[in-house]
Design a protein. Sequence first.
Length: 258
Amino acid sequence: MPRNLSRHEQFLRIFALLEILSTARKPLDDQSLLLALRERLGLSRLSARTLHRDCDFLVTCGYAISHEPLPGDRKYGWQLSQPPGGGKKIPAEPVTVLELVAFMVGRDLLRTLEGTVLWSGIESLRHKIEAALPAELLQRLESARRVFHVIGFETARYAARPRLISALSAAITDCREIQIVERAAAEAPAKPLRLRPLRLVIHPPRVQLVAMPADETAVAEPILLDIERIDSVQPLDASFTQPDIDLEALVERFQQPG
């Protein structure tokens, strides 16, 4: 495991900087570049001083990066020139240990989804990534994985219902109403519900369905339902228009006590 992951973050930042500059159609000022880098890498903070240092470093590496005045403005803009037959070309961006470690930790956090269509996607991507890695990088990854140990999640929680998430996601994508049979508590009989599914909320180890009742005669209030309580899902031949709702505020309201 690399002892200093910040060096890897620096590497990712410089590659992202090169890619942004190489695709820009005009010079970019500090704020535009900083915003693009923050969004690309999920950075909460990045200073203009760091940006200037990264650009200066790339210039010393032979990249034709200039800092010129912008027309009609007091600002300066960064631009990467790639003249035919000269200057540095940007190589294909490699996968780094930091990215691999982040992916593996994310995979462990979603282990509760083992046996579902989502886990099939995760494992397929993992095999593709590992198959393309050099042997030396694979060895570093094995060492790095021992640094982080994710616990507290029930594994294979939805394995007995492998197609449940797939059926719900298809109905959400197609904006199609569904009829579900909800498992009732104690000895009460199971009851069918006709719903308009809106989103699946993953709150490990739980997966919950946000939906609107399909009964338009009643006051439509969204519901939040653990998918473990769903015994069956039947898509119906009826579509709907997705309502404009603040999903984060809605989920937060459901999670408040009382």
